[in-house]
Design a protein around this ligand. Sequence first.
Ligand SMILES: NC(=O)c1ccc[n+]([C@@H]2O[C@H](COP(=O)([O-])OP(=O)(O)OC[C@H]3O[C@@H](n4cnc5c(N)ncnc54)[C@H](O)[C@@H]3O)[C@@H](O)[C@H]2O)c1
Length: 434
Amino acid sequence: MRVAMIGAGYVGLVSGACFADFGHDVCCVDKDPAKIEALDRGEIPIFEPGLSELVAKNTREGRLTFTIDLQQAVGNAEAVFIAVGTPSRRGDGHADLSYVYQAARDIAAAMDGYTVVVTKSTVPVGTGDEVERIIREVRPDADFCVVSNPEFLREGAAINDFKRPDRVVVGTEDERARDVMRSLYRPLFINETPIVFTARRTSELIKYAANAFLAMKITFINEVADLCEAVGADVQQVARGIGLDKRIGGKFLNAGPGYGGSCFPKDTLALVKTARDYGSPIKLIETTVEVNDARKKAMSQKITRAVDGQDLAGKTVGVLGLTFKPNTDDMRDAPSLDIVPALQAAGAKIQAFDPEGHEARQMLPDVAFKENPYDVAADADALVIITEWDQFRALDLDRVKLLMRQPVMVDLRNIYKPEDLRARGFVYSSVGRE
Ligand SMILES: NC(=O)c1ccc[n+]([C@@H]2O[C@H](COP(=O)([O-])OP(=O)(O)OC[C@H]3O[C@@H](n4cnc5c(N)ncnc54)[C@H](O)[C@@H]3O)[C@@H](O)[C@H]2O)c1
């Protein structure tokens, strides 16, 4: 099939490369010429394991191309995916749909013959109706169907998630469009991936309900972690003890500094807004948002307590990990963006290292960026692990201790064992454990 992918970001580029790898003929469109030029040179604008090889293979074999010319890509496509950003609208937290609607207008003008327009961006309930209305307005004569097909991939494991998903959700009641979607995802059908066909509005809501549930699960274990600290229990054992219950499940039960990233913060907020607009507030998610925001702010106090309990004036804090999670370069709404400025406001000098979080250099002023974890440890009064990159799990701890001014470690991801670190002479604190 001929596919156009509008937006070549984390979702569009991964989806486009994977559809090409399924054997489809995919053209990825982005309005950012620098991104398309880089892709044409074989450079991948984001860090995502395996993506570079997948893009190279499929471009070499002629199934994957890039352009800024939407007209050319859409004109001969049978399926056109909208994979543009839907960030929080400044001021009110609603999803900003301006990129989606602009894409809809551009697609409408370029469509030729029966076209299935698929919204892959995460969009509030009813957006598909509006996309359909816009296309109809621009092109009253057009033969098309608007389908919702939310994406569930995780950055850092995106290719595997796309190719081996737990399920594919397709929101349309139109049989012709369902056939197109079946053909697009045929390789997954063969693998017996469940494909959930629903009405469009239901599909749109499934995405928000899934993300809100996961955000709530993380927030739940974070609050249990606080209680563990208060009562002298171990949150990791609690998580294991409850997670083995299949009704609960062990995933997303890692206590930490609060969720961040490009999806959960904006999607929980957007769901809260939608629910309120429709007079059916979801209080659990409103509380989740509130608790998570407060948690990210509280982390700097936890670090201050670990260092000397008063303030951080004149202290140097080393920070390991800045991206919102490991194996991505994505800095959107990363907990580090709350924690580092709060430490600076408390008087600390910050030195930091992240293997891929290059964008942090623009986002976090007055931070001394280092080349490796040991330079971060040098002369530090405390070392804080914010993101659990694998390379931080196997540090030469004796060397770290020798380099530090005082051996205080705050492990916000529980990657070390308290007894090990204490045996080595560290003053060690973590989340939800004694
Ligand atoms: N990042 C994730 O892990 C993830 C996972 C699932 C769903 N989503 C959803 O997918 C959508 C895209 O997210 P992302 O992280 O890929 O965003 P992104 O910001 O990485 O990419 C969006 C791209 O769209 C381009 N764009 C915007 N308007 C355009 C237009 N009119 N024509 C052509 N290109 C245009 C931008 O230049 C940008 O490159 C969002 O709705 C997001 O919520 C993201």
